[in-house]
Every structure is written in structure tokens, then in C-alpha cells.
Write a protein that binds this ligand. Sequence first.
Ligand code: AP5
Length: 214
Amino acid sequence: MRIVLLGAPGSGKGTHAQKLVAGHGIPQVSTGDLLRAELKSESALGLRAKTDMDAGRLVSDGLVLQIIERRLEKDDARNGFILDGFPRNRTQAEDLARLLAEIEKPLDAVLLLDIDMEILSKRLTGRRTCSVTGKVLNIHFSPQQDLDACIAAGGELLYRDDDNEETIVNRLDVYEEQTRPLIEFYRSAGLLRVVDAMGTVEEVAQRMQEALNS
Ligand code: AP5
């Protein structure tokens, strides 16, 4: 299965990609995570991406395509993948279509996580990632036992640098201007399935599974 998760920052792409990985045995390919890993290792690519990421702007299409190509060549992506955060504009969507046509493995579906914009700020400012398990959590919405489990495992609840109010505003603007048009792009291609992303994580996960089965 080859799918794209499309949605605004904070709509739940990472959360549900992790669930789909567990359920389907295919990898999550998150350009945000790949870029943050490049940044952490202080690679030339990571350092080039840093200014844009800190400001909440899109990193250049060329850089992102480079990391996506490298990632999709790995063995674990042979039987499918969940693209999380890519593509994010028309150029990237066309690059992806070309790349997948070359290897004769077109997309099966694009799931849009549809959500009211007002709720996103709270989801993003409350987001924490467990340093031990990598699980995406939220100080406002996650069950206390999940937050406690991370600490009990010796982990820390990490805050993402770009989850500050100013950068969040920019990220949401970028989504509106550059990424939202992909909804029509994929609707026209007959690949779009809209999932209501309001409600608990479990409710949304069930809707996503139903959308994939439909
Ligand atoms: P990226 O890392 O992709 O961030 P994003 O798209 O802004 O998305 P997020 O990771 O913030 O949100 P999400 O939808 O995954 O939500 P999550 O599941 O965490 O990109 C970061 C930066 O990298 C970009 O700004 C850009 O600079 C660069 N970049 C990345 N890809 C690029 C590309 N293709 N081209 C160019 N540049 C690129 O959920 C959020 C919170 O809500 C969590 O705390 C979670 O626990 C909680 N939550 C989720 N679902 C629910 C629910 N149903 N109920 C209650 N809480 C929930």
C-alpha cells in the first residue's frame, strides 16, 4: 500500500502514520522527521534546511526530493510506505508522480485529515514527543497514563523547536497557500479520501481504516 497523508500542521499526520505502521507493516516516511534527523547530525543538507524550518517556511523542493528519493530506495519501502508531510506543493506532487511512475508503483490513496483550523494551535503548542519511544503525545489531549509511561521508561517529553506561536502562524499560512491546493489536485486524480480528523485519536484512526478499506 502506497499512501499520502495530507493535512494541516497538527492535523494528526504523524500520530496516524505511527498507527498505520503498526497495523500494516509499512514504514512512515516523514519529510519533517528526515529533515530534523539531518539537522541533528549537522549534515550540510540539515544546515541548509534549518533557516526555513525555524521560520516555518517550506524547505526547497530540490532538497526535499533528494531526501525522499534516498528514503524510498531503501528495502523496507519496497512493499509500500506512508508519506507524511510530502508532497506539500504542486511541484512536489508532480515530482512524486514522476518518481513513482518510473518505478511503476503509483499511489493507492491520499487521505486528507480534515480539521477545523482553530483547534490546531492547541494541538501544536501541547505536542510533546517521548525521547525513548518516539511516540507523539500531547499535554492537553493524551491520557495521563501515556505521559507518565514515557517518564517511567526514563524518557523526557520533548518540545519541537517550531511549535512556538510565531512559527505556527507561518506554518498554517504556508499550508493554506501552498499545500491546500493539493486537495483538488488529488481529487481530480481520483485518489482523495476525506477523513474527519475531529474527535479522539481512536475515533479518527477507525475512520482512516474505513477510508482505506473503501
Ligand atoms: P513536519 O514535521 O511535516 O510538520 P507539519 O506538517 O507542520 O506537521 P506536524 O508534524 O506539525 O503535525 P502532524 O499533522 O504530524 O500532527 P501530529 O500527529 O504531530 O514539517 C516541519 C517543517 O519541516 C516544515 O515547516 C518545513 O519547514 C519542513 N518540511 C517538512 N516536509 C517538507 C516538505 N515536503 N517540503 C518542504 N519543507 C518541508 O499531532 C499534533 C498534536 O496533536 C500531537 O500532540 C498529537 O498527540 C495531537 N493529536 C493528534 N490527533 C489528535 C486527536 N484526534 N485528538 C487530540 N489530539 C490529537
